[in-house]
Structure formats: C-alpha cells, structure tokens
Design a binder for this molecule. Structure first.
Ligand code: FES
Ligand SMILES: [Fe+2]
Length: 334
C-alpha cells in the first residue's frame, strides 16, 4: 500500500483517517499487537495491587499491576463469568471476586472457588488470571496484550541511564482528529517554520536530522544557540513519543478515542530542573498550534477531491516510515 521508495511513494489515502472500518482494523491489528504506556513507576511505588486500563479509549483492557516480590500484570477480569475484580488499589493480598467468591493470589493464580464440587477438569490452567506482558524503561512501564516484537527490541533506540527521573506532572489534551494524523504531524519538523514561529526561533531547522529504526524514529533538533544541547524526539510505533531534553523527558501518550477523536497525555519527568532549555519551547503553545493544524487536516482529508499526497524525500522520512509500518501491520498482521 505504501511504496518503500519514498521518492515514488504516496501517503496514506484520506479514507484511512476517516473510516470506522479502518479504525476498528487498526485497533485489532496494530494497537492490540503493540507496546503501550501503562503507568509510571511512582504510581506503583509500594507493594500492592493497582487496577488500570491498557489502551484507555481504544482497547480498554482492564488489567492489574501487581507489585509483590516482582512487578507483574494480569487480567482484572474474573475467569468465572467475567466480573471486574478490583476497582481500587489495595494491599498485595488475595483477591476475592465479589460476584461468586472465586479467589486468586496476588500473582493472579487461582486459589479456590465455592460450590464447584463435581466440576470436571477443574481448576485448570484456564482458571488463573491471564498474564499480560510488561516492559519498563527508566520511570515508564509499558504493556502489550500480544506483542509483535520483543520489548527490548522496541525500546532499544531510547538512551539508557534515565532511571533517576522523577515524575513532575501531567497535562491532558483532546483533539478532534485521528490519532494517526496527530502522529503524522509529530513525525516531521517540516511544519515548524510555518506552524511554530516561537519554536522556529530556538531550533536550527537547517540542521534537523531524521533517523529510522525498526519500530521507531528519531528526530534531532539542534538549538540555534550552540551552547545548548539538541532536543531528541523519539517516536516508538505506534503511539508513544519520548522527547528528551537536557532537564528530563516529556512523554506524549497518544490515546485514540475514536475515528476522529484523540487524547494526548503529556507526562513530564525531571532529572535536573536547573537545566532548562529553549529547545523545548513553550510546550503548551506548541501543542495548541499542532492541534489546530491537525484538526484542520482532519476536515481536509474528508474532501471528495483529496486522494493522497506525496512525501518530501528529505523532510518526511519518519512519516513515510510510520505509514509503512501501519500498512504492514494492516496487510500482513505483522
Ligand atoms: S464472576 Fe467471579 S466468581 Fe463469578
Ligand atoms: Fe508541531
């Protein structure tokens, strides 16, 4: 669907971003098979059981993060008739389903069930709470229901040694646009001089660099001021952005809420707060500028007169890479 040669390739067709059917396919073929942000380390600081939702707004999978001797993740759905087990965080104790009293240990293993005398082949492996794969990097914890690639391979492009970052706050945005349009926009600095005048003043756009990895890309934006380090914009397919600044990181979690509705969570983690950088610009202003253009594109791609576009071979390498991954996942169930 997307030519591997960017010089010949055309972009994803407009209907990709506006079709309910494609959205449902993306959810099952892409999001289900990907690593998604689940929680940050400080949220599960002490021993306990922490209910959370993987893929809030799209997969909406209820899971439990369990911190005992190790960190584990398993389904928050009772293996009897499907009741949600935990509504609130609680100490690391046995779990008892409030519907018919089935009990599990804090690792999600079946313990007991009343009134099941005579049931054959019971209990079996199927009565434990299914495990969900976890991976962590620095302060961030990711999970996947059915990962197409190993976590270590997925996370490899990110730098190591950021374990001491402390959570510094979260801000949430919602935009009337497809999650993929939001990612497309993130994946090119091409629009910076046009859409972000403030940021364009701080970044040396002529030196902007783009690299791609198996499931990730990296854009490097050197500061105009040569005494300032560059900003690194990592994109981890399909919906995680990690911006690395001298003071710490900004994590952007892209949460699809529907065909043309997206929530973006900005979480900041600070290492050295004294090292401010102009390269991060005013994150809030930049975000509003991005949202306005992306919402405008969502209206544009609905046009009956728009089909698909072409890529700039020098500036849209990461967008092309993202589109190729999307179409690979959709066509081959990669
Ligand atoms: S649904 Fe949990 S015990 Fe019946
Ligand atoms: Fe932007």
């Amino acid at each position: 669907m997307i030519d591997p040669d960017i010089r010949r390739a055309s972009t994803l067709p407009g209907e990709f971003y506006g079709s309910e059917e494609t959205y449902a396919r993306v959810r099952e073929s892409v999001l289900l098979r990907s690593w998604l942000f689940l929680a940050h380390r400080e949220q599960v600081a002490g021993e306990g059981l922490y209910p959370c939702v993987l893929g809030a707004g799209s997969l909406d999978e209820p899971v439990v993060l369990s911190r005992t001797d190790a960190l584990r993740c398993f389904s928050n759905v009772c293996t009897h008739r499907g009741a949600i087990l935990l509504e609130q965080p609680c100490p690391a104790q046995n779990i008892r389903c409030r519907y018919h009293g089935r009990r599990f240990d804090p690792r999600g293993r079946f313990l007991s069930m009343p009134e099941f005398e005579g049931a054959e082949d019971f209990p079996s492996e199927r009565d434990h709470l299914p495990e969900v794969r976890l991976g962590s990097w620095g302060p961030l914890i990711f999970a996947s229901l059915d990962p197409a690639i190993e976590f270590a391979q997925w996370i490899a492009p990110l730098p190591a040694g950021l374990d001491s970052l402390a959570f510094a706050g979260e801000r949430t945005y919602e935009v009337d646009a497809s999650w993929a349009l939001y990612c497309d926009n993130y994946l090119e600095g091409f629009h910076i001089p046009y859409v972000h005048p403030g940021l364009a003043d701080a970044l040396d756009y002529s030196e902007y660099r783009i690299e791609t990895f198996d499931h990730a890309s990296l854009q490097t934006g050197p500061a105009k001021d040569p005494s300032e380090p560059p900003a690194y914009y990592f994109f981890l397919f399909p919906a995680t952005m990690v911006n690395v600044y001298p003071w710490g990181i900004s994590l952007n979690v892209v949460e699809p809420l529907g065909v043309a509705r997206t929530r973006i969570r900005f979480l900041t983690f600070v290492g050295d707060a004294s090292k401010t950088s102009r390269a991060s610009g005013d994150l809030h202003t930049v975000e509003l500028e991005d949202e306005a253009i992306v919402a405008s594109v969502q209206c544009g791609i609905r046009s009956r007169l728009y089909r698909r576009g072409r890529y700039s071979p020098s500036r849209e390498i990461a967008v092309h890479h993202f589109h190729r991954l999307l179409s690979d996942y959709l066509s081959s169930g990669r």
